[in-house]
Design a protein. Sequence first.
Length: 217
Amino acid sequence: MRSFYNNALVAKASTTEEPDAGNRTSGSVRGAPGNGCSYRESQKVRVFAMAGIFSFKCSSCGKIHEGSPSFAFKAPDPYLEQPDEIKEKGKLGSDLCYYEDEDGYHYFVRVIIEIPIHGVSEPFMWGVWVSLSEESYTHYVETYDAPDVSRVYFGWFCNYLPYYESTYSLATDVHPRENGDRPYLCLHESEHELYADSINGISIEKAQEIAEKSMHG
């Protein structure tokens, strides 16, 4: 899926053996699930019994993966698509990114989007990047150490998730969180499958399918 396999960072789902990460780096997505949008705030959605722990035997590598899947992108895709001279003049950190091209400056922040898994206590988590306006980015940076949780930033989704039809440029709202947690992301209502999944949740079978697609292509 476009640049995912050069851009992805495999996180949370553990295995009984050390995974062959290739160009991915093992780690965890900062920030526990909490006060997210989608199914937690929607009154239209069904209530699921969230008691189980996600675990599956991978059909590709044969390993047992335990824990709800969590994947993150190391950079926004627009940044990676720039020539080296533009990237070198810009900045890419663990949470913030910007660069300047002929159209001006472009600003990005890293956020979390949670997808509930039916019958599982922890959601499927994605660490992704969204673009912000200069005003929103400046405010976010200025309040980085003391987030303004009353503020919501509009942003455009800036990564291509595996499995789904193109997720690039989906409209989103970015909600800052306290205690060092990355902001959580709410997708604007649309007919996109990712929006439906963020609201209604996904089956264990679909979570496994997405995880395997993310790890092995």
